[in-house]
Write a protein that binds this ligand. Structure first.
Ligand SMILES: [Zn+2]
Length: 452
């Protein structure tokens, strides 16, 4: 959460409330090194390999070794296994299979699907936090039921899939206290089946899933109609009102107008700061809506299960190269080919994912039971919270603050106590609290709930 424009202030508290040493505010060299390790060549080669399977349609061949979704899944699994070997076997690789019955829409026969997963278990047994990063392996052409025509799916969503693979390769060489799952999900184009399966599994098995990053269409920097070239910005979509909001929560949200402060929105803000810190010259654009206009993606089922999840997509899309039969029409070429992609841009976008995941997985867990005291009418703000129960003990906490009309945090205050009393009115500001360790790794921000 270190922005050049974000003021870092100290509170006028007693000396005992200050740490002798404040958290570092310079970038973590380990994260910087990992971002540098992301290989443009690997991303390019992996896209070419994915495209070589002809089609990766969910209803395509699973027997062939060369063509179809089965061969593609097996290849991703084999690549994950190579990275696992390089990591001393720490990366656990599996195909998580499940059967989907005909749904009267985009599934016309029972289909066995599989998410290809590589799990890097956390090194701290008391730290149960899980982070997921995904892309979807399946592809399609104009007719969503056409399982035989060539559907290269280079950008949609070869881009997300190879980003996940490269993240697994680079990050599995490092140790993180929390668990990170790298996954190529299947069945997105037929109805978000793979991500729905994984989100429900996470819910059913009680995973402490802190954040899910969905990468879908994030490797081309040129939009069409109008023509726009933008290789310096990446969009992140996040829900405002949580999909699982209860009537009680809705009442509080309306009272405080906190529709811009859902946990997923805090995650989105976090990605923007991680980008500023670790991918210089690149920018995350916060899109204050769950997805593109009237559309959804693999983060949606996670939101529906109550998890924080966001979507990364390129700044401007070219719809001639998505969901299209391969053809030339009036001199224009249609089809999702690698030649329309921008690999330096994909590399930077992969770096944003890495910086976000690494910073979060290295940080202490977020503070718990964060509350803002409302017993007295004052022009101050009193906050209190509990230290996270498990994992690394925070070096302290940042209280984040912004005006109610400001889209992003404007000021931060460091405290070592689990409470803060600020000479700024809760009537005029929004607050958040994050845990931070000595190296400056920060948790996601937690919005305080009113307490008496
Ligand atoms: Zn897609």
């Amino acid at each position: 959460m270190r922005r050049s424009t974000l003021l870092l202030l100290s509170l006028g508290l007693s000396a005992s409330a200050f740490a002798q040493t404040k958290p570092t505010t310079t970038p973590d060299p380990i994260i910087t090194k990992m971002v540098e390790d992301i290989s443009e060549k690997n991303l390019r080669d992996d896209i070419d390999k994915l495209v070589s399977f002809g089609t990766r349609h969910t209803l395509s061949d699973t027997k062939s070794k060369k063509r179809g979704i089965g061969a593609a899944r097996n290849w991703v699994e084999d690549e994950f296994k190579k990275y696992s070997k390089a990591s001393g076997g720490r990366l656990k690789v599996e195909q998580d299979t499940f059967t989907i019955k005909p749904d009267g829409r985009r599934i016309n026969r029972p289909v066995v699907m599989a998410n290809v997963m590589a799990t890097l278990p956390g090194t701290d047994p008391t730290d149960k936090r899980v982070f997921i990063v995904s892309g979807h392996i399946d592809s399609r052409v104009t007719d969503v039921m056409n399982a035989t025509a060539d559907a290269p799916g280079a950008n949609d969503d070869g881009s997300g899939t190879v980003a996940v693979m490269e993240l697994a390769r680079v990050m599995s060489k490092q140790q993180f206290p929390a668990t990170i799952i790298f996954v190529a999900v299947q069945g997105e184009e037929q109805g978000l089946y793979g991500s729905t399966h994984l989100a429900k599994r996470a819910k059913k098995e009680g995973w402490n899933l802190v954040a899910m990053l969905n990468n879908d269409i994030m490797g081309s920097s040129t939009g069409h109609d109008p023509e726009i070239k933008d290789d310096k910005r990446l969009r992140v979509f996040s829900e405002g009102v949580p999909a699982t909001e209860t009537p009680d929560e809705a009442r509080v949200r309306r009272t405080l107008s906190s529709e811009n402060d859902s946990p997923s929105r805090q995650l989105a803000r976090y990605t923007r700061v991680a980008c500023q810190q670790y991918v210089p010259g690149h920018e995350v654009v916060l899109e204050y809506r769950p997805d593109r206009f009237l559309r959804g993606g693999d983060h949606t089922p996670f939101n529906q299960q109550g998890f924080s999840a966001v979507r990364f997509s390129e700044m401007n899309e070219d719809f001639r190269h998505q969901h299209q039969d391969l053809r030339t029409e009036k001199g224009e070429e249609y089809g999702d080919y690698a030649k329309f992609m921008d690999f330096p841009y994909l590399r930077k976008n992969t770096g944003v994912n890495l910086a976000t995941l690494a910073a979060l997985a290295l940080a202490p867990a977020a503070p718990e039971n964060v509350g803002v005291l409302t017993a007295n009418l004052t022009n101050r703000t009193e906050l209190k919270w509990d230290a996270p129960k498990a994992g690394e003990k925070p070096a302290g906490y940042y209280v984040l603050m912004r005006e109610t009309s400001a889209p992003e945090w404007q000021q931060k205050f460091f405290v070592t106590d689990t409470k803060a009393d600020l000479p700024h009115s809760k009537d005029n500001y929004i607050f958040g609290v994050v845990s931070v360790d000595a190296e400056g790794h920060e948790s996601l921000a937690v919005l305080p709930k009113p307490v008496r």
